[in-house]
Design a protein around this ligand. Sequence first.
Ligand code: NOJ
Length: 768
Amino acid sequence: MTWLTSLTIAIGLVCHPVVAQALTPASASISPAHQQRDAFVTDLLKKMTLEEKVGQLRLISVGTDNPKEAIREMIRKGQVGAIFNTVTRPDIRAMQDQVMQLSRLKIPLFFAYDVVHGHRTIFPIALGLASSWDMAAIAKSARVSAYEATEDGLNMTWAPMVDITRDPRWGRVSEGFGEDTWLTSKIAGVVVKAFQGDNVTGRHSLMTSVKHYALYGAVEGGRDYNTVDMSPQRMFQDYMPPYKAAIDAGSSGVMVALNSINGTPATSNRWLLKDILRDQWHFQGITITDHGAIKELIKHGVASDPRDASRLAVKSGIGMSMSDEYFVRYLPELVKSGAVSMQEIDDACRQVLNVKYDMGLFDDPYRHLGPAGSDPADTNAESRLHRLEARDVARKSLVLLKNRLQTLPLKKQGTIAVVGPLADSQRDTMGSWSAAGVVKQTITVYQGIKNAVGDKATLLYAKGANVSNHKGIIDFLNLYEDAVQVDTRSPQVMIDEAVQVAKKADVVVAVVGEAAGMAHEASSRSNIVLPQSQRDLIAALKATGKPLVLVLMNGRPLALVREDQQADALLETWFSGTEGGNAIADVLFGDYNPSGKLPMSFPRSVGQIPIYYNHLPSGRPYTPENPGKYTSHYYDEANGPLYPFGYGLSYTTFSVSDVRLSSQTMKRNGTVDASVTVKNTGSRAGETVVQLYLHDVVASISRPVKALQSFEKVMLQPGESRTVTFTIDKDALTFYNARMQQVVEPGQFDVMIGLDSQRVKRGSFTLL
Ligand code: NOJ
């Protein structure tokens, strides 16, 4: 069935240059509160000079470029609107005091920070949070983070990061929620609501700034800051929904991406910032550039000089510039020359003043600060941490990839060798973007195991290897700080020591992977296997014949074919945060039964990238039963991922029944229920994630071979069964057709339900 048969039900349009279609403007309703805000801001704008308005558009970071004395002067002259990277109440209060005492109009500053997976207490990185498939746990992490950040006086976070990515070479996959649109969109909404609370003016509400709008996760080759070029169908079907979900959940901020899209940088992309964001999505908050992005318009080759870059950015809809002085320097003369209108400056300034109003700062500039006497005596006091919450969330984020002959859980007895460059590394356990987290407050795997076994077992430790023996890589990781401690002994001496330790033990737990800085902004890799130093260590440990448990710490899917063959058990722990070591020990010893599932496919080798489960069918699909020569595959590599999306084991086993459908047909506005019965067939209580995937068999354009449409996490006692029912409606069947119309097309839909994206039970129904 195709759209030409006119059976298509058009249910929406996206205005794209490729298909410029008229949109019916759906006017966003203006509430009385908004009317009040608009009147207040209009009144304030009337009192402001051009220079003061432009000053509001400037966001700066305190640091070597902007020492405190210089900022004081900017504040006095009304040349700054917000500050980021200042994270204690006394520091924030000092600046707000300067506003109140020195500036003409006393417009409060707002204070922002990268509170991405924790503030003082660090939770697992976003990829780990997504692995929990547990919305309550994810919400808890954001709520605690908001509480801690607002207790320190902050008003806004640069989160959530919802860039879909299918390329694990990109270091920033660690900051996002993986490859799937539906899962990421769901988490985006949950996180925004948890950060902002019911009311964004609340004492412990932290305003969000969803990032990086748009498509940053699709940089070519996974190389950071690189070009993005994408079809409109893929863009709106797969990459845009998470940003929209965050905005629909109420995110008041949007951080604009550094990349270009089809040749136009996001920062000067009027279509993205105005047509889509404002006109179609009715976004009413603030758009903030990423670091130095206005300057970069010159390097992108779309602006001739700083003046031109400032003109382009403000005309395209940017509200605030992060970390450059261009707006302040050039906008006044651009207005005077007529190149930029006062209305355009007012529009940008209104964005800033609106969010300050929404934060409640005009009512009380000290809203998140309280009286000076209430400041904590010790900002880093243990009592300010939320360790229980962090441990609970962290253990839910761990994914058991392999468990040969039930190597895990371990017994708290005998002798256990803990080895590896990451086994006792506090910094790496916290992960990148660890906000105001304190390295020394982090529990490593070694410490966690020690806490778990007490005096019941003997622990032996050896580092065994450096993270890498490659000087260039270590120099890169240590470029701005001493992030990776290098043991100066020779690689062989370190391996020999680890082997001696392993030989004395009953089991070896090797903690291997990446240093936190290897999966970060500007940390793209062209090779995603473990560094050679660690591969040599693992080979030597394997040769001892002792049971080998590999605990993986990394911020991206790695290519682990060799380790999968060598290890008896593999536990993916990502970077698990302040309580990571305790959480990992909970799983290693069976005090918690792992339930995490991968939010990204793990390739076998870098050459398979991009590899993602929800790809389109090809005309010559590869089938393992009948491979053929002229089919779509690599002849030098096994087909498919090593571990698929949605995959993860438990210490118990589950069975899934055949799919039962409430009907073989569905009316256009009707529903079909799809059910399976899931049974715990093992001997331990455990949780698993029941996943629903759909496939539109024949449509006007090719549709993914399967796409996640829902899931449910269920806890089952040994022998217990539960029926899980998913209700499928037309929203789950909707897609953008070749003309960029959102449609549902009649015909057959396959329903697939399973505990990962590969092993599924099937049914099908027909949409009438
Ligand atoms: C640059 C990064 O791209 C962005 O994610 C971050 O929020 C800002 N720097 C501020 O730290």
